[in-house]
Design a protein around this ligand. Structure first.
Ligand code: ZN
Length: 229
């Protein structure tokens, strides 16, 4: 939760992280994002966020459109860069998982470090080696070279009202302990699941042919996205 000078200066890495966070928080509808939500996601003080957003808005060309009381949106340039970094991130995760046999819960942290620095040539080679994958190991779409990314039609487990059978579309890459737990219960993109909601508002997940079920609290349920089976 530190707002050190290192985090607020405009080096590539922190600019990239802001753009990526805005892309993630604005969702498929590309809504504007509040600086409070951004501060929470990045783990920095709200004042640092304001400071950085002003810099991003005054860059030429601007990376964001920012008005203090209306929140922030990516400019076309900011969106292009955010998608490029996201493509790097997801390709690196896939490479680490498929080729280097990293466990799924470890690829995100490695990719967070490398994504800012790989060249276009390196990116191309990774993509070719992997056969131009469309999804990363968490089930997230990898943006295409031209930045195009299909919208996924899944819904968050947290928004589920009734019990039922579903297919896992994606799992969040941000909580490695949870990823490990999901893996131990056979829950990964493509798994078939029976979901029951307990009276305590917990989700009980049971993957096909798995002996044990997993109880997930409502607070972490948004880490899993599902679609109808
Ligand atoms: Zn990741």
């Amino acid at each position: 939760m530190m707002a050190s000078n290192r985090q607020v200066n405009s080096n590539t890495e922190s600019v990239d992280n802001y753009l990526k966070a805005i892309l993630a928080l604005s969702g498929p509808e590309e809504q504007s994002v509040s600086s409070t939500a951004l501060a929470r996601r990045l783990g920095v003080a709200p004042a640092s966020v304001t400071n950085m957003l002003q810099k991003l808005a005054s860059a030429r060309p601007p990376n964001v459109e920012y008005e203090k009381h209306r929140g922030v949106r990516l400019s076309p340039e900011g969106k292009r860069r955010a998608l490029e970094v996201l493509r790097h991130h997801r390709l690196i995760e896939t490479f680490l998982y498929e080729i280097l046999d990293f466990p799924i819960e470890e690829v995100h942290d490695e990719a967070e470090r490398l994504e800012h620095f790989i060249s276009e040539r390196f990116e191309e080679r990774i993509a070719a080696k992997l056969g131009h994958p469309k999804f990363d190991p968490h089930g997230h779409c990898i943006p295409a070279m031209n930045g195009r990314m299909p919208k996924q039609r899944s819904k968050s487990l947290a928004n589920l009202d009734g019990d039922g059978d579903f297919v896992v579309e994606s799992v969040s890459d941000r909580d490695s302990a949870l990823l490990k737990q999901l893996k131990a219960h056979g829950i990964a993109p493509g798994s078939r699941l029976r979901v029951t909601k307990s009276p305590q508002e917990e989700f009980i997940l049971k993957a096909t042919r798995q002996p044990k079920s997993l109880r997930l609290a409502l607070s972490v349920a948004s880490a899993v996205r599902i679609r109808s089976s």
